[in-house]
Design a binder for this molecule. Structure first.
Ligand code: PMP
Length: 394
């Protein structure tokens, strides 16, 4: 094969690393069979009625491009869904866009607003896609370490981060419930953040609320309710309806924003898959509570994990949503997160993600995903107990 010189490639892309989650996964795959507590996706099947709707869409030749923003019935269903669930009011005609997963919603949002040299605030630890998309736009991510504030961004830390900069950031990306930490905000937190963020009217807020249907002991509050004019709310069906492979995401934003967002969305993908959109209409109308049984199962698993961690005296911030627990390495252990997880996978056949995969603020932690069967989780926690006991005795 002819050698392609490196200068051929876009330099931001060349500098991007493959996700550390993927790298870790590759490294430990030599130790199969493994119990994987690494997955960022539901282990449940898509609800049957949603699958049936997709079959109907195929059989009735619903096979053409939809309008750029998505089929109007889907936009109406989505608008109604977020109104019932989160008290949001977005006009389905002009303020809702169906995307190819939350991933494309994020890409569309960032590519629409960023110019080279712009700053974007990213609370850290973070979902690594944010960092990649900002860098692809030749903008600069500014990380705000949240490990001292229970992984919640606060008004104070936002103000401090901005004071140190020579210009106001173009955007801040928020993600509650959070991947990787499982923490989420309360209504009071949202109100206070909205107040602070409104003092920076030139800074947009990209609020990734993809885990909004998986909040355990409280009600999800959307930033769109309290800071509508500045916020792009991102959601989707991947987690709420166990539909990661279907690729359906949603953008909710004021028309002044969607007018520009639509140009990017159209250039990137034309429209989301028609079959998937048809299934989405079913999910968001007759399946508005499809997440409930899954949520109950996740909650039980979460309790199993947190109970096991408590018994081992491992510290973590109480996870209130999504399906992750972000725990500290045993104290005084001269080991990196990577080595801790690698050795565990090697000797105990359980894979968990080292915290540094989510930014420097994640070093010293590991992420457990409990989107796995309760039985596997129980076995994994027994093995973790044995591993930690061995390490402490060394
Ligand atoms: N945001 C967060 C925080 C996520 O964890 C994920 C998926 N792991 C996504 C966005 C992407 O979701 P989608 O499958 O809808 O593209």
């Amino acid at each position: 094969m002819t050698h392609i010189p490196t200068y051929i490639f876009n330099h931001e892309i060349r500098a991007l690393n493959i996700s550390k989650i993927r790298q870790f996964d590759d490294h430990v795959s030599a130790f199969e069979p493994l119990i994987r507590l690494t997955l960022g996706q539901p282990d449940f099947p898509t609800p049957q009625h949603v699958k049936d709707a997709a079959k109907e869409a195929i059989d009735s030749d619903f096979s053409f491009y939809t309008s750029t923003a998505g089929d109007i019935k889907l936009r109406e269903a989505a608008s109604k869904f977020v109104e019932i669930k989160y008290n949001l009011k977005y006009d389905p005609q002009t303020e809702v866009i169906a995307t190819v997963g939350a991933t494309e919603a994020l890409a569309t949002s960032l590519f629409t607003i960023l110019n080279p040299g712009d700053y974007v605030l990213i609370p850290s630890p973070f979902f690594s896609l944010y960092d990649s998309l900002v860098r692809m736009s030749q903008a600069t991510p500014i990380y705000i370490d949240t490990s001292e504030t229970d992984f919640l961004i606060t008004s104070d830390t936002i103000d401090k981060a901005i004071q140190n900069l020579d210009k106001i950031p173009k955007a801040i990306i928020l993600n509650y419930p959070n991947n990787p930490t499982g923490v989420t905000w309360t209504k009071d937190d949202v109100i206070s953040l909205a107040q602070t963020l409104s003092t920076y009217p030139d800074m947009l807020v990209i609020s990734d609320e993809i885990y909004s249907e998986l909040v355990y002991d409280q009600i999800h509050v959307s930033l769109g309710e309290y800071l509508r004019s500045q916020t792009i709310v991102i959601n989707g069906l991947s987690k709420s309806h166990a539909m990661t492979g279907w690729r359906l995401g949603l953008i909710f934003a004021p028309e002044s924003l969607t007018t520009e967002l639509l140009k990017t969305h159209q250039a990137l993908v034309t429209s989301a898959s028609s079959i998937t959109q048809y299934a989405g209409i079913e999910a968001l109308t007759h399946g508005i509570n499809d997440a409930l049984p899954m949520k109950q199962a996740y909650k039980k698993r979460r309790n199993t994990v947190t109970q096991a961690l408590r018994e081992l005296n491992l510290t973590f911030t109480e996870p209130k949503g999504a399906f992750y627990v972000f725990a500290s390495l045993p104290k005084d252990l001269p080991m990196t997160s990577y080595d801790f997880c690698y050795e565990f996978a090697k000797h105990f056949k359980v894979a968990m993600i080292p915290g540094d995969a989510f930014g420097d603020a994640g070093e010293g932690y590991f992420r457990i995903s409990y989107a796995s069967s309760l039985k596997d989780i129980e076995i994994a926690m027994d093995r973790l107990a044995q591993y930690v006991t061995d390490l402490r005795e060394q």
